[in-house]
Design a binder for this molecule. Structure first.
Ligand code: PA5
Length: 465
């Protein structure tokens, strides 16, 4: 096993955290038949083209094409701006911060090997977008507009604003060369625009949902433009995919889903992902969306409406030891902690000796972060707080590919265990249509009235102090 990630779930077992909060190995084994049949269903769905994210690791030609394109454009642009939101943004951020220098955007161009700075302003906060427009040089900027649907208000609004400025700076016949469009192959406003203006475009496969799309052009284009080895990311996904075809007890994605599912039934409905690596902070943020949008569902079981959903929380070691760990150790028994642990950091920092003797001297920050991780894990376990650890031998494209794919597949498994559809997101629709109403989109007049009525009622509310 070379550079393969592993899942250690010993500290969820009752031998380690007691019978009240721990699980029995037999509880997990009891799920094997169900997980095996889920695996078979997933296989069938994959063969029928319904599990698009599972095909992405095998689309090497797409990655090669992206890699070639990025190399050809290298040196033309100082800045690369991703305009997208949700699944069209979070994977870009996660890959960048996991794999590149944490201060990438303030490195010299030479240190960036001539690759551009990367900005992913995934909000419509006017202060954010205006500030961004003031620091980039439009003449040397390329914008990747990412939206699977091609209609998302946040993405289009930011695009329209920046496009307007771009045209003013580079001219009406040149702006197209500063745009990349990543969207559906056939439909949507952005596809039409790409065709009409001859803008370079990439495809978000129709059978890949936003939050499962990081290994498609959605995540790969910005990764290639910042010098990441995107083929290695896919290789990491592939090795995990192979491991997940083995029997359930050796399938890390199925085992992670199983322990999370059993813990949920035992009232541990909060899953805290806590990496002990600054660079994995945004992986937790990406995972937060994956888990929340996929698993937070209203469903019908035996004619009863059931609201399902483990709450994903992100924390960071060691930083949050001074913020959250008190709660995890003495607060309610409603959590399971998922540590992300790194064996070999990409840097070594020695704490130097000084005149005043200190126990820290000659030790390394590597030892300190590892000791704090171990200490937190042991402290939690001793307090019967279930936790598991995903071990990464190192942080590289290969291990991050494995981690991302394992978490995606786990989401599919646990969704099936919960008997929900992990791939839709009907709950976000209501907010979207009400916004359309407020923004005066035609066809949404009823929603406008509805929301105005609501606002009127709350205006006269006595519950404002
Ligand atoms: O996971 C999802 O499906 C969502 O988070 C979408 O990625 C998000 O709403 C953006 O959608 P789109 O890519 O269509 O603009």
């Amino acid at each position: 096993m070379e550079k393969e990630i592993t899942l250690d779930y010993a500290n969820t077992i009752s031998d380690f955290v007691g019978t009240e909060h721990g699980i029995q190995a037999s509880d997990i084994q009891a799920l094997y038949p169900q997980l095996s049949s889920i695996n078979n269903i997933i296989k069938e769905k994959k063969a029928a083209g319904q599990m698009g994210f599972m095909d992405l690791p095998y689309q090497s030609a797409v990655a090669k094409n992206i890699g070639k394109f990025a190399l050809k454009q290298k040196g033309l642009f100082d800045d690369f701006v991703v305009i997208g939101i949700g699944g069209s943004a979070l994977g870009n951020i996660a890959l960048q911060t996991a794999l590149n220098n944490p201060f990438w955007n303030i490195l010299s161009s030479e240190k960036r090997k001539n690759w551009p700075r990367l900005f992913v302003p995934d909000n419509v906060d006017p202060e954010l977008i205006k500030s961004l427009s003031e620091i980039i040089n439009f003449n040397k900027t390329v914008f990747n507009i990412i939206s699977k649907s091609g209609t998302t208000a946040e993405c289009l609004a930011n695009f329209f604003y920046l496009k307007n400025m771009l045209i003013k700076k580079v001219g009406i016949t040149n702006w197209q060369k500063h745009i990349i469009i990543t969207t559906d192959e056939k439909k949507g406003y952005l596809r039409e625009l790409a065709d009409k203006e001859g803008i370079v475009s990439f495809v978000v496969p129709a059978n890949v949902g936003g939050r499962f799309s990081v290994m498609s052009p959605v995540g790969l284009v910005s990764a290639a433009f910042t010098g990441l080895k995107i083929e290695k990311l896919l290789a990491g996904c592939r090795v995990m995919d192979e491991r997940c075809t083995q029997d359930i007890s050796k399938n890390p994605a199925a085992m992670y889903a199983a322990i999370q599912y059993i813990m949920y039934q035992k009232g541990k409905r909060i899953n805290v992902m806590m990496p002990y690596a600054q660079s994995l902070k945004d992986i937790s943020d990406w995972f937060r969306q994956l888990w929340a949008e996929s698993l937070g569902k209203k469903t019908n079981i035996k004619n009863e409406t059931v609201n399902i959903g483990p709450t994903p929380v992100k924390a960071l070691g060691v930083t949050d030891q001074h913020s959250q760990v008190q709660l995890y150790i003495e607060g309610p028994y409603d959590k399971i902690i998922t540590f992300l642990s790194v064996e070999n950091y990409r840097a070594k920092v020695v704490i130097p000796s000084s005149k005043e003797k200190h126990y820290l001297e000659k030790h390394t920050l590597n030892e300190l972060i590892k000791s704090e991780e171990i200490a937190t894990r042991v402290a939690l376990t001793k307090q019967n707080r279930p936790n598991c650890t995903i071990n990464l031998p190192e942080i590289s494209e290969y291990t991050i590919g494995q981690l991302i794919y394992m978490l995606e597949l786990s989401t599919a498994y646990i969704g099936s265990l919960f008997e929900i559809d992990a791939f839709d997101q009907p709950g976000v629709e209501l907010g979207k249509v009400l916004t359309y109403g407020l923004m005066g989109r035609s066809g949404f007049e009823k929603e406008k009235e509805e929301i105005e009525e609501f606002l009127e009622k709350s205006k006269n509310s006595q519950y404002v102090v």
